[in-house]
Design a protein around this ligand. Structure first.
Ligand code: UD1
Length: 354
């Protein structure tokens, strides 16, 4: 069996790592195609190096652009790659423009497509990620769902026959990295002279929070007014938007810092007082690490984190300030995101359906 994974953005490299490991362990041929959607070394190369993925077999070098330009460039480049490799499965990850481009390309070439992290829904039609995941789920041949909630969403859209619950591969990689850290001190804490337990880790990158100057100013001011230091691990998008809107990302409690490599992020999160984020993955990572999370959005796909009390939605500066000082949750037993062996299950399901 030959699997061809298409990835392009930072969270996809994290999900790719356990899949690559499981494919190798099972003796499955695995071709990795990097679209080039993320190209800064700290958003791309360090993940391949730190997570033991090696280097992509093919790099399309597409880079940034409007949704149409970026997605179209990927589509044009993928045809030749898929034709050359003719895999048994194209595996696509999550909800980015790289996901939808690879799905469309494979479907048109009659190559079976499996969607990892299928069935997530925010029900917010303004989010590019929501378009990408809905289109991908309805086009793909096999839907690999991370949670029961995702399975239920797919059922309500008539997609049950193609759905398999496999668990969440982010749990696999997170537990492995956490165990490798085995309590090692965070490099960020050392570098910035922080006191463990006395700072928040923040990430903000979604279009809804960055693109409108008033909105970004409100979020930055809200973070700057918090009761502890807030280390903003600033995605290039928020840096670029802040510069063009004339907004300071280091003000009050808020300190802008370059993005971290994955193990450093996990170490920094583990000794923080909480996470403040609009990322999807980090909400779940906080939950799995037992760190309270405040999500700067009006909805989330990861509803289990909210129901179990580890995550709170907070969209205004006042709501963020209230949320970060709430009592620590006590529920630590629930495991809605699988057992840390999802990637092995994915490879087994692909082999069975092949
Ligand atoms: C993308 C995904 C989002 C995911 C996020 C993870 C889409 C629609 N969005 O958002 O779902 O949560 O990745 O980080 O696919 N840039 C750089 N260097 C890079 C990459 C981007 O400077 O290596 C800057 C460019 O100014 C670019 C902007 O960031 O225009 C946005 O990048 P893009 O890949 O379009 O979307 P993300 O915001 O990263």
């Amino acid at each position: 069996m030959k699997i061809l994974s298409v990835v392009g953005a930072r969270p996809q490299f994290v999900k790719l790592a356990p899949i690559h490991q499981a494919a190798r362990a099972a003796g499955v041929e695995h071709v990795i195609v990097h679209t080039g959607q993320h190209y800064d070394p700290m958003l791309s190369d360090v993940f391949f190096e730190d997570l033991g993925i090696g280097v992509p077999d093919v790099h399309l070098g597409v880079g940034s652009g409007s949704h149409g330009v970026q997605t179209g460039a990927m589509l044009a480049a993928l045809d030749g790659v898929l034709d050359e490799h003719r895999p048994d499965w194209v595996l696509v990850y999550g909800d980015t423009n790289s996901t939808v481009a690879a799905t469309l390309s494979a479907v048109k070439m009659h190559i079976p497509v499996a969607h990892l992290e299928a069935g997530l829904r925010s029900f917010n039609r303004r989010m590019p990620e929501e378009h990408n995941r809905v289109m991908t789920d309805h086009a793909a041949d096999l839907l690999l769902a991370p949670t029961q909630v995702a399975v239920d969403h797919l059922a309500s859209e008539g997609l049950s026959a193609r759905t398999v619950l496999v668990g969440d591969v982010m749990t696999d990689v997170l537990f492995e990295v956490r165990d490798q850290l085995s309590g090692a001190k965070s490099a960020l804490v050392d570098e910035l002279g922080l006191t463990p337990g006395d700072y928040y880790v923040a990430t903000i990158h979604r279009a809804d929070n960055t693109d409108d100057p008033e909105r970004l100013a409100e979020v930055a001011a809200g973070l700057a007014a918090l009761d502890k230091a807030v280390i903003l691990l600033a995605h290039p998008r928020v840096v670029a938007k802040a510069a063009s809107h004339g907004i300071e990302l280091t003000q009050g409690s808020l300190v802008a810092h370059a993005p971290l490599a994955y193990p450093d992020l996990i170490a920094a999160a583990l000794s923080s007082a909480g996470i403040v984020t609009d990322s999807g993955g980090l909400q779940k990572e906080a939950f799995l690490l037992g760190v309270p999370c405040t999500t700067v959005r009006t909805e989330t796909e990861w509803v289990e984190t909210i129901e179990l009390g580890w995550n709170v939605l907070a969209n205004t500066a006042g709501e963020i300030a209230t949320a970060v000082t709430r009592d620590r949750p006590t529920n630590t037993d629930a495991t809605p995101y699988g057992d840390g062996h999802a990637a092995e299950r994915v490879i087994a399901v692909l082999a069975r359906a092949f």
